[in-house]
Write a new protein. Sequence first.
Length: 323
Amino acid sequence: MRHFPPRRIVCLTEETVETLYLLGEQDRIVGVSGYAVRPPQVRREKPRVSAFVSADIPKVLALEPDLVLAFSDLQAGIVADLVRAGLDVHVFNQRDVAGILAMIRTLGALVGAAKRAQELAQGFELRLAAIAATPRPSPQPKVYFEEWDDPLISGIGWVSELIEIAGGADVFPELRHRQAAKDRIVAADDVRQAAPDVILASWCGKKVVPTRIRAREGGMKFRPCGTTASSRSSHRSFSSRGRPRSPTGSMRSCRRCGASAPDLSFVIASEAKHPERLCGRILDCFVARAPRDDGWAGTVLTSPRSRPDIPAGAIPRLRSPPR
């Protein structure tokens, strides 16, 4: 890099964008992914230079970045082009909760904000610990997370971990360590046989169609939110427009998870106590890969301020719900 900390940064995925804003280092950002939507002002303030697996290389070069931030092997082609053009590139590859927190700390160190990054990561750790320690009734709800619909693909590692932290039981826990989406393909019969109590769907950039899930599940009976289930044959289904966020940008095919990954745990935990609050709403548990215009962006991404067991200021507020 020509400068340290880097003065000009291009972010090819949304998690690094959101994290830099949370660290107060947004002025270093000169270009972002077209899927970056949080915080809301990013779409007004920063030029868009890439999708997820493609980028406008000439536009990136014209910005003269000191550093480009990318994610995983899925952006290997873009990274190769940028490296050949002489740019410095750092590629993150977080796939679980520990990896997400490490990404936050690493990014903070890269921009000279290690202390603030440590505080941010610790805030998320406290939030997750508080959720995990919450007493819950038995039995655990069985949860199926669907990150794609054709073929059916179950959630990646950090999704499975957050389900368990929230008090649920992932119906396909054996798939959590498989990084590639193609290795987490499941059959519709497997989902029906697993008999999930809750289905969370986030179809990587396209709108979830609940009627399609109901039709596919056939014999499964889906009940309205907030009613009481008398048997395992009753189910609740919620959707998330966009892609699941892995370290922010992090979760697409649930591929990456980011700064607000702990919110998935909060969603599941809240649904167990107050399911009526989620009725008819879109669950935006991660960084959406597409612009949100449904009026419910961030609805569940709020801090549990009424929790006396969580220190004030320990939980970063990522976005307020619409009023």
